[in-house]
Structure formats: structure tokens, C-alpha cells
Design a protein around this ligand. Sequence first.
Ligand SMILES: [Zn+2]
Length: 212
Amino acid sequence: MLVDIHTYKQTDTGNPAVRNLTFSEAEKLFSSDRKGLFSVGVHPWFINEYSNETIENLRKWTKDERFFAIGECGLDKNVKTCLDQQILVFKEQIQLSEQFHKPLIIHCVGCFNELFDLKKELNPVQIWIIHGFRGKPELAKQALKAGCALSYGEHYNPESVRVTPLDKLFAETDESSQKIEEIYNQLASIKLCNVDELNAGYVLLKSLLNIL
Ligand SMILES: [Zn+2]
């Protein structure tokens, strides 16, 4: 089982995938009987769409087992929304993540110190997965030391993959046209291991969903 921890595509490969939804997609999906695993959250790019209702919706959906992770959420220094506001919205989602035992899929651009400070301050139990990690190995080491896990997609620094332990290493297709199998194969060749040994996603799935 090659888990795709973050994708926008509907896949039919037989591998489990966590599909990221917009709020309107989530509204439809969680009131349907459609199978799958999904993530939904307030992305730092779309904080202007955020309201109390947004958080109430997230809270409502947390009861659904298909709601696997909260995200993308996080911090981005390239958006107009001030960082204080971004942190506020992120913290609301961290709280939901802890309360309802959902991992976080984190989008972080240029705000890693703030992210690590939050991790230290809040000391969460839930796993924080930084998605689409492209940072250098020094940053990867800092993130790992802070207790975060890293998810790699189409673009990454191979040295960072090398320093990421297998139990903190996830794979994703995100918006790429690459297949998850290709990404796993590349990561495995960097880690000098078998594709099956890259099983952080699978272990997480297993622990949260009681699957074999
Ligand atoms: Zn992102």
C-alpha cells in the first residue's frame, strides 16, 4: 500500500490517497456516501474566506471517519494576510486537530521559525506533516528536531530526503501528474531501501483507521 498523503486528484490506482477538498466540495462529499479519505482546512491563501462558520463546519465534519486530516493549513509569507491573522486561523485548526485526533497537513512557505515556535509552544500530540517539503537538509533537520514529519512530492532536495527517517517520511502527488508509484520509487532509491519500507503513511492510516 503506497499511501498518497496529499493529492487533488481522484485516484483509482488501488493505493489509499488523502484527497484535499475545498469547503464546498467537502460540504457535498460529507453529506454523500462516497468512500475515501479526505482533508479539508483553511489554507493561508484563502483566509479571507474564513469565518466562525468555517470552523463550525470543520468541527461538524470531524465526526466523519472519512475526514482524515485537517489541511492544508499553515503559514505563508507571500500572502497579503498578516502573519498574526494567519497564526490565529492556524491555531484554531491546531486546536481542532488535537480535540478530534486528526493529523495536520501543513502548508508552510517562508515561516518555518514561526511554525517551529508554535509547535514548541503548543506541544501537540497529533502528527504535523509539512507537505511538499522542498527545503534544504539543514531546514529538514530543524523540522524533524521540532517533531514534524515531512512529505515529499515531485520536487524536493534529495539531501533532505536522505536525512529524513523512514517513520517521518511521507509521499504525495499534490497537483503533479506523476503517479505516486513513481514518487515512491524515487524516494526509495534515495533512501537505499525497498518501496515497502517507506510506510509512514501506511502506519499512520493503520493507527487511525484500525486497518490491517
Ligand atoms: Zn501547499
